[in-house]
Each structure stands twice: as C-alpha cells, then as structure tokens.
Design a protein around this ligand. Structure first.
Ligand SMILES: NC(=O)c1ccc[n+]([C@@H]2O[C@H](COP(=O)([O-])OP(=O)(O)OC[C@H]3O[C@@H](n4cnc5c(N)ncnc54)[C@H](OP(=O)(O)O)[C@@H]3O)[C@@H](O)[C@H]2O)c1
Length: 247
C-alpha cells in the first residue's frame, strides 16, 4: 500500500495513537481527516496540525456514522483509507452483576460494533478507488486477556477475528485490510492519563512508525514491539502469559 498521496480518515484521531498516526501521515504528504466526540480535543489537534480536517462524530451512534459517511462521500470523494482506531477501556467487575456494565459506556458498541459498521459503510466507496485500505486497531490484549478489562479484551479478540474475515472477503477488491496490534502504549489517554514508561510499553509515535512501515511493506498483521510475540506463540505460551499478567 502506498503511504503518501492518500486521503485518510482516522476515528479517534485527535489524541493518542490516532493523533500520532495523523502526524506521521501528514508528514508523508497525505490528506488526513480525524473524528472524535470531544470538540476541544479536535480543536487542539487542529491547532497542533493545521492541515488536518476535523469532524465531530460519535462512532457508536448509527446516525453519526451515516452522517460521517455522507459528508465524506460528498466532500472527500477520493477517500481511500479508513483507520478504525477509536476505542475506550473500562474496568468491569462481574462479581457486582450488571452494575459496572450498565454504569459505563458500552465498549462493545465503541470498540467492536463501530469498527464493523464503519467498515461496511465505507467498503463501497473504498472499492471504487484504485488502491485502498481499512486499518483496524486491535490490541495485544485480544490475544492474552487482562481480566480486569474483560469486555475490552474480548472486543479486541473479536476485532482480530473480524479483520481476518474482512480481509478474505475483500481479497478480490482494491481494498487491503490491515490489523494493528499495539502493546501497552504509555502516552495516550486510554487509561485517563499517560502511564509510566516500562520495558513492555511503547510510545504512540513508535506505533505510528510501525504502521507506516507495515502498510508500505504490506504486512497485514502489524504487531508492534512486545506484541510481536503473540503472533507466533503456542497455546502453552499464551496460557503462561495469561497467568503472568493476571494474579
Ligand atoms: N493505549 C494502549 O495501551 C493501547 C494498546 C493497544 C491498543 N490500543 C488501542 O488504540 C486505540 C487508540 O487508543 P489510545 O491508546 O490512543 O487512547 P486515546 O488517546 O484515549 O484515544 C482514543 C480516541 O478514541 C476517541 N473515541 C472514543 N470513543 C469514541 C466514540 N464513541 N466516537 C468517536 N471517537 C471516540 C477518543 O476521543 P473522544 O473521547 O473525544 O471521542 C480518543 O481520541 C484504541 O482502539 C485502543 O483500544 C491502545
């Protein structure tokens, strides 16, 4: 996949990994659009990267997804890359029954359903382009769940499975389908604020760098840093890792 002269939409692109991707893509000469829910974050992203186009959108809402697509189809007819990056992470304790589940935003809607429905919405437009891509952001936790984040981990496992099927179904179109598998990233807002840097973590710009390289070389499962080991781990190794991170 070419990494310049694309028109790219990044969901959740005003902060964290999405913004790091936006920065890298702009530097390479791409036209980049980012969307998210908070206007102040979008305005801040635009201040930092003036060539960005920003758009308010809650990807968990069908009406917002539809409006986003119609706007893109009208104003950015040449859009050829969709990056499904928006996501949230919540602690959910099932010993409390439905309490956490009902009190918090729905991770299934934001992390999984939105990626699936946005892909479906954009495939016809993307298929009309000479070269196009859908880039789905999953997580190392989709391979080894962290049990305090049970729904988050499950949505990321679902993204991995869905991305494989989507890639296969679109194999005869011009749309290539990539999965990005980051490990823990220390400088994003996923956990509310940045976390401490450690040997199992990477920065959002390291993720962006790996994505640009992976797209350029058509690596369809772009595992970053410590996540690389999950792609070749045996069941025993995955079980061992599960025991190590959940105690
Ligand atoms: N950080 C990590 O350790 C890590 C590791 C593996 C994978 N990932 C994945 O990487 C992706 C980006 O996360 P991040 O770490 O960069 O965290 P982040 O800084 O919190 O970025 C997430 C972005 O998604 C947007 N978003 C959330 N819900 C949305 C919705 N309903 N509609 C539209 N936008 C929405 C947020 O903006 P608004 O709140 O303004 O909408 C925010 O800009 C996520 O899919 C995450 O699961 C992160």
């Amino acid at each position: 996949m070419k990494t310049r002269d694309n028109t790219i939409l990044i969901s959740g692109g005003a902060t964290g990994i999405g913004f790091a991707l936006a920065e890298s893509f702009v530097k390479l000469g791409n036209n980049v659009i980012v969307c998210g829910r908070r206007m102040e974050k979008l305005e801040d992203a635009k201040r930092r990267l003036p060539s960005l186009t920003v758009r308010q959108c809650d990807v968990s809402k069908e009406s917002d997804r539809r409006a986003l697509f119609e706007w893109v189809e009208k104003d950015f007819k040449d859009l050829n890359v969709l990056v499904n990056n928006a996501g949230i992470q919540r602690r959910v304790d099932f010993t409390k029954g439905t309490e956490d589940l009902l009190r918090k935003e729905d991770e299934i809607d934001i992390n999984f359903k939105a990626q699936v429905y946005l892909a479906a919405e954009f495939v016809p437009l993307l298929s009309r382009q000479k070269e196009a891509a859908i880039v789905n952001v999953s997580s190392g936790l989709g391979f080894v769940p962290l049990t305090v984040f049970p729904i988050y981990s499950a949505t990321k496992a679902a993204i991995h499975s869905f991305t494989m099927s989507l890639r296969f179904q679109l194999r005869k179109t011009t749309v290539k389908v990539y999965e990005v598998i980051p490990p823990t990233v220390y400088d994003t807002e996923l956990k509310g604020k940045p976390i401490e840097k450690a040997e199992w973590t990477v920065s959002s710009s390291e993720v962006a760098e790996a994505v640009v390289k992976g797209l350029g070389e058509d690596v369809f499962e772009i595992a970053v840093g410590p996540s690389k080991r999950w792609l070749s781990s045996s069941k025993t190794e995955l079980d061992q890792a599960f025991g190590n991170i959940n105690h």
